[in-house]
Design a protein. Structure first.
Lengths: 410, 371
């Protein structure tokens, strides 16, 4: 029997993240690179460690190879401890009734044996696609203080965005009386952040009941939380203040990266008391040449900049050749931007080559038809031929490079 | 595949008197270099990249920072069940703290005795290069050598201490060895690395000790030159020995040349170091940087030219730093002027200060100073 853990964290990292298109073609969403050296999953993992949670289960399903390799034994996050630490939990075959994870609640249900080994009082359920720094221990303290069965973290969003979120309607004491999934006419702007603290004995009961219900879609937001609410369990909303962003779409991923360049945005990754840990590349410091111009940017180690960058996020091992211009864009690891290429409002994934004089993306103000404008995306391992033109909002897949050649001929 | 029958030994305390300011609180091996490294990262990574999986680090004094840097050896893949990293602090039985290399090796006798590797590679920690020791071993075996000394041919660096200069025959065998000779032209000199059979090393050390001979170069090498097959291995890649403050400065500045970085930081033979989990460097509005090497965690709002910035350095608005080596976590506030300055870790330079050195004499600011 393993030593008891008061809290076990379960991190939902199995989603495909289809809205990220080519970026998640061969990669689970939580493993998508973010912010110059991180991957999205570094945020919840670092939050766990910084909050004193020593036991984290990562539920994987979609394209897990790179994610598994990245998490490894958890050492970069200090999660390689003897008795607890991080465990990757894929769906598995059992003597009868084997299944993929059918929904978020089912994923936890299938791993009840993992949780029970630690005999926890509380289980915190996290998602692997949010960028934020949060002290979960405060939320757990709130959960205890309210003697709650379930506590849901919520954040205030602009009223016009509220219909995109799950909205919590609360009584004056903070208890939740209604859970409104993507309402057309929201009654409040308190959005659920997809972070739940449960008293484990209660959650276990509801997971088993949910599994027995053949009509259920086995999802927390749609099934388990409403069931708990209907049964009159004590459910509270915990207000989070600070930076939080769901990076499930190309636009929000791009925006969140750009937020790192804005000194007014309250997301300081240099804060010593709340570091975001990651697997560090083994590379020398980056080099900025004589002719380079670098402003308002984030540049990781191992890059070489000979061109101009402004509002750019460069990951490790990126090369920007002389005369190349990168503006308002994200360039992921080991990509080379050749001389004279111009990249604007784009996300270029890992290991790409952007040929000489190629033009990728465009500024919104230079696009006649605003409805066709958007962030351009170049997928992993693409070689964009010299002089090619990739229009705004295009999504280039290595397998479709023939098409890129067609753009070049136009 | 790992393991090549060679044991590594690194001497972390060498020639510290040559760069007093930087070694006041640390050993030569833990002197910061190149934006994110310590000097010992180079010999250590070279060994690991050459397949050596057991390394002893011999220390003398002030090795707290070295231990902090090395930890369990995880960053170099040397935290292992079998083999791995061994710290060999002073083990004085007869003579107190070991003063000479002979004494250090003599006190590390049990480490040598309990190792099973056939050969030992001994290196200093003040030489910066990216060398494949398996090539040195292949040469050693080809020559049926007893000792192979890694050498370089060229003009002797001015301030190198007690250089060993060798006369090398056409077959590569060393015929004569001079210590600190007067030489004007080119010569073949040692760069502080040698390969020797473990059993022979222990025998020769015991022999020196029994005769009360304690000079490694004179008594260990010179005296045995004729009795053993001693060969030279010429290393032709980039090498810099940190033998003076000026040499430290020029070795740092050499990193700004792309061809030097290509030789030193080969992706296939990376230089490992302790990680720090800083965010990537952030450039603010109005930042202007040219010909500089910048590590993670830096925040740059001013102007930087021809400089090396270590991790976590802050350059304030309106500040101009040229030809500087700015060590970890130094904060240079607004409107400062710096030219030819080396600041140690955790220095704070207040608004509006001017510090001007010269290429031949960079100004050094001690660790933790407030200017």
């Amino acid at each position: 029997m393993l030593p008891k853990q008061e809290v076990v964290a379960m991190l939902l990292a199995g989603g495909q993240g289809s809205r990220l298109g080519v970026l998640t073609k061969n990669l689970a969403k939580p493993a998508v690179p973010f912010g110059g050296k991180y991957r999205i999953i570094d945020f919840p993992l670092s939050n766990c460690v910084n909050s004193g949670i020593e036991c984290v289960g990562v539920l994987t399903q979609y394209q897990p190879l790179e994610l598994n390799e990245y998490i490894g034994n958890g050492q970069p996050w200090d999660l390689d401890s003897v008795n607890a630490g991080v465990r990757v939990l894929p769906p598995y075959q059992r003597s009868r009734k084997s299944d993929w994870y059918k929904g978020t609640a089912n994923a936890i249900y299938q791993n009840i044996p993992y949780i029970e080994r630690y005999d926890p009082e509380y289980v915190i359920v996290l998602s692997g696609d949010h960028i934020y720094k949060m002290d979960y221990s405060k939320m757990i303290a709130f959960h205890k203080e309210k003697k709650a069965d379930c506590t849901i973290a919520e954040i205030e969003v602009p009223m016009e965005d509220a219909p995109r979120f799950g909205i919590l309607n609360t009584n004056p004491d903070g208890s939740v009386y209604e859970f409104d999934e993507k309402p057309k006419h929201p009654k409040s702007n308190q959005a659920s952040m997809g972070i739940y603290v449960f008293t484990w004995s209660k959650l276990r009961k509801y997971l088993e009941a949910d599994e027995a219900n053949s009509k259920s879609s086995n999802d927390f937001g749609k099934d388990v939380l409403p069931a708990m609410l209907n049964a009159g369990e004590r459910m509270f909303a915990y207000r989070f203040e600070g930076y939080w962003k769901d990076v499930g779409t190309i636009d929000s991923l791009w925006e969140s990266n750009m937020d790192l360049l804005n000194p007014k945005v309250p997301l300081d990754l240099n804060e010593n008391s709340w570091k975001i840990y990651c697997r560090n590349p083994v590379m020398p410091p980056h080099y900025i040449s004589r002719e380079a111009k670098v402003q308002n940017s984030l540049v990781a180690e191992g890059s070489n900049v000979y061109g101009t960058i402004d509002f750019a996020v460069l990951f490790s091992g990126v090369t920007i050749e002389p005369g190349a211009v990168v503006r308002d864009s994200i360039i992921m690891p080991n990509t080379r931007v050749e001389a004279g290429a111009v990249i604007q409002y784009a996300i270029i994934a890992e290991d790409c080559v952007i040929g000489k004089q190629a033009v990728i993306g465009a500024r919104p103000e230079n696009t006649a038809d605003k409805s066709t404008w958007g962030v351009s995306v170049v997928g992993n391992g693409c070689t964009i031929p010299p002089g090619a033109k990739i229009p705004p909002k295009a999504m280039i897949d290595a397998d479709q490079l023939k098409e890129a050649g067609d753009y070049a001929r136009e | 595949m790992r393991g090549n029958n060679v044991l590594g030994m690194i001497f972390s305390s060498v020639h510290e008197e040559k760069i007093r300011k930087l070694t006041e609180n640390r050993t030569m091996g833990s002197v910061p270099f190149g934006g994110r490294y310590c000097l010992i990262d180079f010999p250590l990574s070279n060994m690991v990249n050459s397949g050596i999986s057991k390394v002893g680090v011999v220390t003398k004094g002030n090795y707290q920072s070295l231990m902090d840097h090395l930890g369990s050896g995880k960053a170099w893949n040397l935290s292992r069940k079998r083999e791995g990293l061994f710290l060999l602090p002073p083990f004085g039985v007869e003579s107190g703290v070991a003063n000479s290399r002979i004494e250090s090796l003599s006190s590390a006798r049990s480490f040598l005795l309990n190792s099973k590797e056939e050969y030992v590679l001994l290196t200093d920690s003040d030489t910066i290069c990216n060398i494949d020791y398996s090539d040195v071993l292949a040469n050693h075996l080809k020559n049926s050598a007893d000792i192979t000394i890694v050498c370089r041919t060229g003009k002797l660096p001015d301030s190198i201490s007690n250089p060993a200069v060798y006369s090398v025959g056409e077959d590569g065998r060393i015929q004569d060895m001079l210590i600190s000779p007067r030489i004007d032209g080119e010569c073949t000199y040692g760069i502080g690395m040698m390969l020797i059979r473990r059993e022979l090393l222990m025998r020769l050390i015991a022999d020196c000790v029994s005769r009360n001979l304690y000079s490694f170069k004179r008594d260990f090498l010179q005296r045995n030159l004729s009795g053993y097959r001693v060969f030279a291995y010429e290393f032709e890649g980039f090498v810099q020995t940190i033998c003076s403050e000026q040499a430290y400065f020029s070795a740092s500045m050499a990193l700004l040349q792309p061809e030097v970085r290509l030789q030193l930081f080969k992706p296939s033979r990376p230089i490992y170091t302790k990680v720090r989990d800083d965010m990537p460097a952030r450039y603010g509005l109005g930042a202007s940087v040219s010909n500089s090497l910048v590590a993670d965690g830096c925040v740059i709002e001013g102007e930087v030219k021809n400089s090396i910035l270590f991790r976590g350095v802050h350059i304030g608005e309106g500040t101009v730093a040229e030809n500087c080596v700015i060590l970890q976590d130094t904060e240079i506030r607004r409107d400062c002027r710096l030219n030819y300055v080396i600041t140690d870790k955790d220095v704070v330079i207040q608004n509006g200060r001017s510090l001007l050195g010269a290429e031949s004499y960079p100004v050094s600011i001690a660790k933790g100073s407030l200017v």
